[in-house]
Design a protein around this ligand. Structure first.
Ligand code: GUN
Length: 295
């Protein structure tokens, strides 16, 4: 038996279409379009690629994109001053400071300086607290994208056993909170977990977010389980080239699971689509409008 492939690229394209469809009504009631500000400090090549993709996707959805590219030598004070300026700018609904920041800049301080109502990354302590306590707020993009794919595949997630591998602030912790909110029985596994394979074998839903190439093997997976692979690892391939692989051994998982997200083309494309979704939601909340349904 071969598992189904969960097509995150297609789902993300459809979501981006639904987001773009909400922009005209927002413009009609406010006289402006939702705006996203992205701050990139330094010249990390991967970050440059991400930021360019975000810019293009924002414009393609009919929204405003404000790009701020600062040199790696930028001081903490100057970066904080920019964040405050964006907090005060009425045309900016979402602020994303691309991580990681260059050495010498304190990520936590910078993230906490963002107005939580504009925290489209969902990384502010207020956003995390709202998520943990069930208050409306902005939710990290990759975790929410993972949940959207799961609900599209499985419908109601109530009562399912979910195992999250990895406890990062960016993915593991928020994804566990979201699964809990969907009434899953959630286990958080990590590098110190004993008998990880046996823990994962219990899961109806596996979310792998550890950053270890192909760590989750086929015999870790319960037959028929749904596997969400958040890992993006660059590894050596033939002829001195490199390739991207996830945290799950894809070929093995395809033999056992019910459905698997591929890498690339699974969770990855969801991140930017949800970033645009969060910007639209933030824009509506800031204007006192009800966010559109179906996003
Ligand atoms: N770098 C890698 N992923 C992310 C993300 O989701 N948000 C931010 N701000 N930086 C990142």
């Amino acid at each position: 038996m071969t598992a189904d492939i969960i097509d995150g690229k297609k789902f993300a394209e459809e979501l981006r279409g639904r987001i773009a469809d909400t922009v005209p009504a927002f413009r009609d009631s406010t006289g402006r379009v939702p705006g996203l500000a992205v701050v990139l400090v330094g010249e990390d090549p991967a970050s440059q690629v991400y930021v360019r993709s975000k810019h293009k996707a924002t414009l393609a959805a009919g929204m405003e994109s404000f790009e701020h590219k600062l040199p790696a030598t930028t001081s903490q004070e100057d970066l904080l001053a920019l964040v405050r300026q964006l907090n005060d700018d009425e045309s900016v609904d979402g602020i994303l400071v691309q991580l990681p920041l260059p050495k010498g800049l304190d990520e936590k301080t910078v993230v906490e300086a963002i107005n939580p109502d504009k925290d489209v990354d969902g990384l502010h302590v207020i956003s995390a607290g709202r998520l943990a306590t069930g208050l409306p707020g902005l939710v990290p993009c990759t975790p929410l994208g993972s949940i959207m794919l799961l609900k599209d595949r499985l419908g109601d997630l109530s009562g399912l056993e979910a195992v999250v591998i990895g406890r990062s602030i960016l993915v593991g912790k928020p994804v566990a909170q979201l699964l809990l909110a969907e009434n899953c029985t959630v286990t958080m596994a990590h590098s110190r977990t004993r008998d990880l394979k046996e823990v994962v074998r219990r899961a109806d839903i596996v979310v792998a977010a550890v950053g270890r190439p192909e760590m989750v093997k086929g015999d870790w997976i319960k037959p028929g389980a749904t596997v969400i692979d958040v890992g993006i690892n660059r590894v050596p391939a033939e002829e001195g080239k490199t390739k991207l692989v996830g945290d799950v051994d894809y070929a093995e998982a395809m033999e056992v699971a019910g459905a698997v997200t591929p890498v690339p083309g699974g969770v990855g494309p969801m991140t930017i689509a949800v970033l645009l979704r969060n910007t639209v939601v933030a824009a509506h909340m800031r204007e006192g409008l009800t966010p559109p349904a179906g996003l």
